[in-house]
Design a protein around this ligand. Structure first.
Ligand code: NAP
Length: 293
């Protein structure tokens, strides 16, 4: 039977012995299965094996049908922001703490991958946010986010002031530490810690969650993900601001700037084993009660 995935990339935490061990196991196993295997440069550097083909993340996206991310959810976020631009499926092997996105136990990686190579898997599409900072009608900076974009001050306990517009309609102004705009994927991350709702991954929605608003009447607001969101930062002198994507990349924001956020045209194609259940992951991670009978 023809394999669905022939060119497979492996991405992982660099300089992390447990990740390295799983990468070696996967490289050996997939080569035995007749796949062409490529390893991300940063990880391959630690390997002594000259036969290893090393590529950077963009090249992995261009060449590979499937990329395996070994690490924590943070590693998945970094890889996903790049790989979602290509027609590459992505699967996560957990070597972090929580593993909402990297949901496969390393001990099960060979068993799961042999199922996947036989076509026994499910595919889920996760959307990303596209973030732009506009100044004097020009785009000054742009990036994307899998979990969330956060408008914030660069100092702790410094209030910032901004207006929120959805599809050019004024919604509210706010004095707060900032605003978290989260995808369903990110609803179990920073937004959850801020008291935001959990959005199941299939929802086409974005949650707007004020961070420490100076008001008693604030609530998280869940909006259609096809909306155009616009944050207009007050012209008043205030602390230095930024908009941070997935906690990884910060775009500088000045007084009077506009931050525009919309759904990215790219989707992350996340692969799961056939028996994967989102609710089972959620139940385990959040310590919810198990079945009574
Ligand atoms: P990090 O600060 O090193 O770790 C953040 C933690 O969030 C890790 O335990 C990570 O899991 C987990 N995480 C990441 N994405 C998740 C998701 N979609 N659902 C559930 N948990 C998730 O940063 P990082 O690992 O690079 O991840 C960046 C993300 O961390 C940000 O996008 C933000 O959402 C989140 N964060 C949360 C808080 C908070 O809850 N107070 C504070 C800062 C950042 P792994 O251990 O599996 O990697």
């Amino acid at each position: 039977m023809a394999k669905i995935f022939n060119k497979i990339g492996i991405v992982g935490k660099a300089n992390h012995p447990e990740t390295q061990q799983t990468v070696e196991v996967l490289h050996r196993f997939l080569t035995e299965q007749g796949c062409e295997v490529y390893i991300e440069q940063r990880v391959a550097i630690n390997e002594q094996n000259n036969a290893i083909k090393a590529l950077n993340l963009v090249e992995l996206g261009e060449f590979c049908d499937l990329v395996i991310v070994v690490g924590g959810d943070g590693n998945m976020l970094g890889a996903a922001r790049v790989l979602s631009r290509f027609d590459t499926a992505v699967i996560g092997i957990n070597r972090g703490n929580l593993g909402f996105l990297t949901d496969i136990h390393p001990d099960a990686c060979e068993a799961v991958l042999s199922q996947v190579l036989k076509g026994e898997f499910s595919t889920e599409e996760r959307f990303l946010l596209e973030v732009e900072v506009h100044r004097h009608d020009q785009v000054k900076a742009t990036n994307s986010a899998v979990n969330e974009a956060v408008l914030h001050s660069d100092k702790v306990a410094h209030m910032i002031e901004f207006e929120v517009y959805i599809n050019d309609k004024f919604v509210f102004s706010q004095r707060a530490d900032g605003l978290i705009m989260s995808t369903p994927t990110g609803s179990t991350a920073y937004s959850l810690s801020g008291g935001g709702p959990i959005l199941t991954p299939n929802l086409n929605a974005i949650c707007l969650l004020p961070m420490f608003p100076h008001s008693l009447a604030n609530r998280p607001l869940v909006v259609d993900a096809n909306s155009d969101l616009r944050l207009v930062v007050s012209n008043k002198a205030q602390a230095q601001l930024g908009v941070t994507c997935d906690g990884h990349v910060t775009l500088p924001v000045l007084q009077g700037d506009e931050v525009r956020i919309k759904k990215s045209p790219h989707l992350l194609k996340l692969i799961h084993p056939k028996d994967y259940s989102y609710f089972s992951v959620l139940r385990r991670k959040l310590n919810w009660g198990s079945k009574l009978y």
